[in-house]
Ligand binder design. Sequence first.
Ligand SMILES: Nc1ncnc2c1ncn2[C@@H]1O[C@H](COP(=O)(O)OP(=O)(O)OP(=O)(O)O)[C@@H](O)[C@H]1O
Ligand SMILES: [Mg+2]
Length: 669
Amino acid sequence: MAKVAVPPSKEERKKFRLSRRIGFCCPIGTKLALSFLSIIILSSLIFTLVGVQVISDRILAEAQERVRTDLNSARLIYQDRLEQVVQATQFTTARLFLKDILQGTAEAEYLEELSRFRESENLDILTITDHTGKVVFRTTNPDNVGDDQSNDEIVGAVLRSGKSVAGTTIISADELAKESPALAEQAYFRFIETPLARERPETEETAGMMLKAAAPVINEEGTLIGVVYCGVLLNHNYEIVDKIKQTVFQGVLYSGKDIGTATIFQDDVRVSTNVMNADGSRAVGTRISEEVYNQVVLNGEPWIGRAYVVNDWYITSYEPITSIYGEIIGILYVGILEQKYVDIEQRTVLVFLGIALAGVALSIFLSLYLSSIISGPIRKMVTASKQLANGDLDVKVAIKSQDEFGELANTFNSMASALKERDEQLKEYTKSKIMESERLAIIGQLAANVAHEINNPLQGIVTYSHLLLETMPNEEWSRGNLEKIVTQANRCRDIIRGLLDFARQRKIEKRLYNVNNVIKECVSLLENQALFQNIQIIKKLDPKLPEIVFDPSQVERVFLNIIINAAEAMESNGKLVLATRFNSVERMVEIAFSDTGPGISKENMEKVFSPFFTTKDVGHGVGLGLAISYGIVKEHKGTITVESKVGKGTSFTVKLPMIKDESNDRDGK
Ligand SMILES: Nc1ncnc2c1ncn2[C@@H]1O[C@H](COP(=O)(O)OP(=O)(O)OP(=O)(O)O)[C@@H](O)[C@H]1O
Ligand SMILES: [Mg+2]
């Protein structure tokens, strides 16, 4: 059978809207735990992201700093080797037999001695020229002499300056071949292509890169008679780079690879290196990347940072190698395998994440514990409040803590005790009041019955005493006594009437009428009486006073009593203000009677509406006027109040509700 969708009721829709306005509705403990958790997770996330970033930056900065220092050490080793060449050159110029060599008169053993010296110093060339730069003796190639070396930048500089000169220089293949064909061969490279290498149209390098030093040979007169130059070819010579590896990196391996590497570039080609190809051979003949080349060779600036070297990523440091004229001819490089730092970073990040996760777990545990500590007392308070609301005034909350919860629990317990005490007092008071009312009701009933029984015989006494008085001659001695009987009988009749009025449930006959009219009728009824001769009556009647539904004759009784009371209080001399107005807030018609009489004392204020309370002399008041008035006003669902200041005057205010017709009145009941 198909189900028919029932639309939500008005009440359900209201509840749904309310719950949406309040938001996610769940116990306070869960809310607290969720708030704590969201704060913890958010802060941990930020902490972890920032932490990982800081760790990575720190490790990279550390690696760059190290590689910068390593390059400084590498430079010192490179310069140290050049210094050795310089010293060997200078040592040679001091040899005594050098003059003989220059004059061509040297004995063969001296020439051999020089060759041995070159070998012992690990020099690739040791050559002597005359004062014009023409070669007179070559240790590496003794047969090839007579060529002019004055165009060589280092030899030329010595010839021009007469001082020692040393530096790195590029020597062409022809010049190398003159020194020794083996050197030209050693310098030669075919380029090997690697990923990311700088593009170049050439396929080979024939010139060599050399650490070269030259020094002048000076005779006793101080004249330059020749030049000695020595050199070490750097191509395929791994002495310097391996010394750097051993000294700076101590030959440490990482994952089977050298952790640190060094390279000497001739322009962009690796001519001496311990960076290895994939097959384990030295990566000589490979080239640098375009990016590094542009910065170091073209812009002449050092490069520090990540770089892809042959097959791996390294943290590298490159700096230019210059000729004696400052021209950039090569690059000195050191690099540390990046993998080591990547692994350190990963391990550190993992440890960091582990600590952060442990922190989060601990914080979650703490937050759940804390929220339960906070929400526990609240739950206790809620349960106790519900019990209290259900009438259990003996309820107590057991929270012993010294904080605000403890204080709240104490306050709650005192409130419950106070409520219990008040409740007991109220019960006691109500019980006594009920008893009193019952007693009064019985007395009232009794009084009404007695009044009713006395009324008929009293009527006879009053009537016959009046008749007797009318027929009795004035000079009759007993007339005075009869007059007293008549007066007292009248007084008894008034009391009985009042009692009957008070006790009798008169039928109220309401109709739509204007209260102002009742006031006017009262005034016209009273103003000519002797009691009001010296009383100034001021009417402040609201002309827009709405008509209301009430019993005009009953209300007139109330007004007459209040006005007569005022006149009697003022002892026929004073001012009486009668004011009407519509109280739009309470929706009541208000009638105020203010006199300038002696006022009512504080202790009498509470009694004025009580039956038989009067301050008037015997025969002048029964004390039922205000009691009857109170009953009539109450019957109309109105109020009657009094304010008074002794010596200044009294003000009675009657308020009658705004009911426009009988049907409304009945609705309101
Ligand atoms: N305007 C007033 N100024 C001072 N006292 C007043 C005033 N109105 C009433 N009283 C006091 O309230 C008492 C009770 O008034 P209430 O009208 O009930 O009785 P009564 O006037 O004494 O007698 P009854 O009205 O039955 O003839 C008065 O005796 C008087 O003491
Ligand atoms: Mg009165």
